[in-house]
Ligand binder design. Structure first.
Ligand SMILES: [Zn+2]
Length: 274
């Protein structure tokens, strides 16, 4: 056990040195998720479906069955969108409280979420309505699909943007997002990699909103097929900008300028209702 803990610590330090993205960081995330699930879920019950298994505490069997059914549905809908399927059986942990989820992932004090994804493992908070559960599962499963296709090489803004977009498309938006505030996306001169915004706790809302706007624009421009191709190129080691250029023939900076020049044309038609 001691040796295993030491190996985990060394691997985590290595991931900090080597950066958040890429296959090495991804391998460390899988190791960490396995270790945390092993440490946290030993006393939980388990039910299995074709592509998932759900770990749940006593008294949550009915909700675990519901999650299994919704997860299978979300997976097959996302497989149609991405034209690809993740390999292996996916672990879902059902948490009775936000504190239990935070304890499993060793989050710092006060951090809570309705769902989480890391290293092939999904976490879901109990007590939500069926619609809300499905929304959370689609969001977290999108992270898993992006992670698989890009082999850990996707920037966070792209994964968060797509997760929100597909949550909206497949599970129906439950929140009203004032997209016109952040539309259009920044031009290349003011473009800051959005991942830097995620790193600033005071600008998280802005980071999520801007990611959603750029991801929506990307899907409009490339279609889901083009987007999958971009992710697959990143999975072979390309940067996002390199993969975008390979698929579209355009520089990412030129694309941002093209969008910026459309300023004044209004927000995308499908989103004008917001
Ligand atoms: Zn997310």
């Amino acid at each position: 056990m001691r040796r295993r803990a030491l190996a985990i610590i060394i691997a985590l330090l290595a991931s900090l040195v080597l950066g958040y993205q890429g296959p090495t960081a991804r391998a460390v995330q899988f190791l960490w998720a396995d270790y945390r699930a092993w440490a946290h879920c030993r006393d939980l019950s388990r039910i299995d479906g074709p592509h998932f298994f759900v770990l749940y505490p006593p008294g949550y069997e009915a909700e675990a069955h519901l999650i299994l059914r919704l997860a299978e549905r979300g997976r097959s809908e996302l497989a149609l969108v991405f034209g690809a399927e993740p390999r292996g059986k996916i672990r879902v942990v059902l948490h009775p409280s936000p504190a239990d989820m935070a304890a499993m992932w060793r989050w710092p004090g006060g951090h809570t979420a309705a769902g989480a994804y890391l290293g092939g493992t999904l976490s879901v908070l109990a007590g939500a309505s069926e619609g809300e559960l499905y929304r959370v599962l689609v969001h977290e499963l999108t992270h898993l699909f992006v992670d698989e296709l890009a082999r850990g090489g996707s920037p966070r803004w792209l994964s968060e943007g797509l997760a929100q977009l597909l949550e909206d498309e497949l599970a129906g938006s439950l929140s009203v997002v004032p997209l016109e505030i952040t539309w259009p996306p920044p031009d290349s001169r003011s473009w800051q990699p959005l991942d830097a915004l995620f790193a600033d706790p005071r600008r998280q809302d802005e980071a999520y909103l801007r990611s959603l706007v750029v991801a929506s624009r990307l899907v409009e421009e490339l279609g889901h097929d083009g987007l999958t191709a971009v992710l697959e190129h990143m999975g072979r080691g390309m940067s996002f900008a390199g993969a975008f250029k390979r698929v579209t023939g355009r520089d990412w900076a030129v694309q941002l300028d093209l969008w910026a020049r459309r300023r004044g044309e209004g927000s995308p038609a499908s989103r004008e209702k917001y």
